[in-house]
Design a protein around this ligand. Structure first.
Ligand SMILES: Cc1cc2nc3c(=O)[nH]c(=O)nc-3n(C[C@H](O)[C@H](O)[C@H](O)COP(=O)(O)OP(=O)(O)OC[C@H]3O[C@@H](n4cnc5c(N)ncnc54)[C@H](O)[C@@H]3O)c2cc1C
Length: 439
C-alpha cells in the first residue's frame, strides 16, 4: 500500500494462512468503518501488530453497497458515498501498517482472549493480546416478526435488495411494496424507483416514520412515493413468486382495524424492520454491555460500532471504533483490566443507553441514548435512586434520532457517587409538542 489511500479492492488482502504466526497485539473482527477506525487508532496509539479479520473479501463492511452520498460530513467535512468513505478508512488503516486478513471468519471467541478463525487454509487459533469486536448489525427479517402467508421468492430485506442493485447490478422486481420506514428502507425505496421499479408504497406500523426526516423528504416526497403511517403488511401471497401482499391499518397496539384490509399486487416485498447488533461470537461469554472505553465484561475484549449501539451516522461509528482501538492498544501494552464501579441503566423515557457501565479508570464518558420522548426543550437526567446527579438540556429530540451526551471529569465524578445510575428523559412543554412514546 502506498501513501495514498487505495480502494477497498486494492488494499493488501491476505488469506488467513499467510500471516497466522507471530504475536498480535490487537485483532479486530470486522472491517467496517468501526473496525477500520479501531485498527488505525490502535496503531497510532502505539500497538505493534494490528490485524483486521473479515469474512468478506474486501474491507468496508456495509459501506461498499451504500452508493448514495452523505457519509463523513463530520469526519472529513465532505459528503462521500459509502464506497468512497470505505476507501478512505481502509487506506488510512493500511497506511499506518494495519494488516488485513480478508476472507477470514471469526468462528468463536474464548477467554484469553482466543479466537478461532477460518480462512483460506482452514481453521486456525489466534491468541492476540486484545480483541476488538466490530461485527456490525444484521437485519430483522420476515421470520423474526412471524409475518403470515406463503413463502414465495421475491421477499428481500432492504440490505439484500441494496446489495443486489448496487453491487450485483440486479433489479429484484418490477413492482415493490416496502414494509417499514427505517433509513435503509427509505433509501432502498428511492433506489428501486430510480432503477425503474414501481414502488407502490412504504407501510409503517407506527404513526411516525422510522427514519430521519431528511430521508423521508429526499427519498419519498421528492419522488412521489406514498408513505402510509399506521399501516402494515399482514399477509404474503404467491406460490413460486410473490403475487401480492395484504396491507391494513392498525391501532396503537398494532391490532388490525376492521374493514381496512386491502390486497396490493406486487412481485417484490422489501422488509426494513430494524437492525440487530451482531453479537454472535460473544454469545455465552458476556452480554453486549460495555464501559466508557468500550470494554466488555470479558477481559481484554472490546466491542464497538453498530455492534455496540446502532448509530445514526458513520461518523459516530468511526468515533466509537477509535475509542475502542486506543484503549485496546493501552491494554495490549500492559495496562491492567479495570473493575466496573457503576452500572448505567435506561429509566423512564429512555429506551437504550451505552455505555452500560463505568470503570474505575473513567475520566470522561460519552453516552449514546435512544429516547422514547419527543419534543422541544427536553431534560435528560442521570439519577441515583433518589436524586439527580447530572442534567442535560436538549433543544429538540425525537425517538428516531440518537442523542450523544458528554460527561467531563466534574460531571463524571458526580455520576460515580452511586453504584447504579439511571438516565431518564422528561418531555418538554406540552405546547411544544412534548410527549413520551410508550414501548
Ligand atoms: C443493510 C444495511 C444498509 C445500511 N445502509 C446504510 C446507508 O445507506 N446509510 C447509512 O448511513 N448507514 C447505513 N447502514 C448503517 C451502517 O451499518 C453503519 O453506518 C456502519 O456501516 C456500521 O459500521 P460497523 O463497522 O459497525 O459495521 P459494518 O459496516 O456492518 O461492518 C461489520 C463487518 O463485520 C464483518 N463480520 C461480522 N461478523 C464477522 C465474523 N464473525 N467474522 C469476520 N467478519 C465478520 C462483516 O462482514 C462486516 O464487514 C446500513 C446498515 C445495514 C445493515
Amino acid at each position: 500500500m502506498g501513501g495514498h489511500p487505495g480502494g477497498p479492492g486494492i488494499v493488501a488482502v491476505r488469506g488467513a494462512h499467510a500471516t497466522m504466526s507471530g504475536e498480535v497485539d490487537v485483532c479486530v473482527v470486522g472491517s467496517g468503518p468501526a473496525g477500520l477506525a479501531a485498527a488505525a487508532a490502535a496503531r497510532r496509539a502505539g500497538a505493534g501488530r494490528v490485524v483486521v479479520v473479515d469474512r468478506e473479501t474486501s474491507p468496508g463492511g456495509i459501506l461498499p453497497q451504500c452508493i448514495h452520498d452523505g457519509f463523513g460530513l463530520e469526519e472529513f467535512g465532505e459528503a462521500f458515498t459509502g464506497p468512497e468513505y470505505a476507501e478512505r478508512a481502509a487506506g488510512d488503516a493500511a497506511c499506518v501498517g494495519v494488516e488485513f486478513w480478508q476472507g477470514t471468519t471469526a468462528l468463536a471467541l474464548g477467554p484469553g482472549p482466543e479466537l478461532v478463525l477460518v480462512g483460506g487454509s482452514g481453521r486456525q487459533v489466534l491468541r492476540p493480546r486484545t480483541v476488538v469486536v466490530a461485527t456490525g448489525c444484521r437485519e430483522r427479517t420476515r421470520g423474526n416478526i412471524l409475518l403470515p402467508g406463503t413463502r414465495p421468492a421475491g421477499v428481500f430485506t432492504a440490505g439484500t435488495a441494496q446489495r443486489l442493485i448496487n453491487v450485483m447490478g440486479v433489479l429484484p422486481g418490477r413492482r415493490a411494496v416496502v414494509m417499514g420506514s427505517g433509513d435503509v428502507g427509505l433509501i432502498v425505496a428511492r433506489r428501486l424507483h430510480l432503477e425503474g421499479c414501481e414502488v407502490e408504497g412504504v407501510y409503517e406500523i407506527l404513526t411516525r416514520p422510522g427514519g430521519l426526516v431528511r430521508n423521508v423528504v429526499q427519498c419519498l416526497h421528492d419522488h412521489g412515493i406514498p408513505l402510509h403511517l399506521g399501516h402494515t403488511v399482514v399477509e404474503v401471497h404467491g406460490d413460486r413468486r410473490l403475487e401480492g401482499v395484504t396491507v391494513a391499518a392498525v391501532d396503537a397496539d398494532g391490532r388490525v382495524r376492521q374493514g381496512t384490509r386491502r390486497r396490493v399486487p406486487c412481485d417484490t416485498l422489501i422488509t426494513s424492520l430494524g437492525l440487530i447488533p451482531e453479537l454472535e461470537i460473544l454469545r455465552g461469554l458476556t452480554d453486549g454491555t460495555v464501559d466508557e472505553s468500550m470494554r466488555t465484561g470479558l477481559e481484554r475484549v472490546f466491542l464497538c460500532g453498530n455492534a455496540a449501539f446502532v448509530h445514526d451516522t458513520v461518523d459516530c461509528v468511526t468515533a466509537c471504533g477509535r475509542l475502542a482501538g486506543r484503549a485496546a492498544a493501552r491494554h495490549a501494552a500492559g495496562l491492567r483490566w479495570p473493575r466496573r464501579v457503576a452500572r448505567v441503566e435506561a429509566g423512564e423515557g429512555v429506551r437504550q443507553v451505552v455505555p452500560g457501565a463505568l470503570s474505575e479508570l473513567a475520566e470522561a464518558a460519552r453516552f449514546h441514548l435512544r429516547l422514547d420522548v419527543e419534543g422541544f426543550d427536553v431534560e435528560v437526567q442521570a439519577r441515583a435512586r433518589d436524586r439527580p446527579l447530572a442534567r442535560w438540556r436538549l433543544r429538540a429530540v425525537s425517538p428516531t434520532q440518537a442523542v450523544a451526551l458528554t460527561a467531563g471529569p466534574a460531571r463524571l465524578e458526580r455520576l460515580r457517587q452511586d453504584r447504579t445510575l439511571a438516565f431518564v428523559a422528561r418531555p418538554g412543554k406540552e405546547e411544544a409538542g412534548g410527549r413520551i412514546h410508550r414501548r
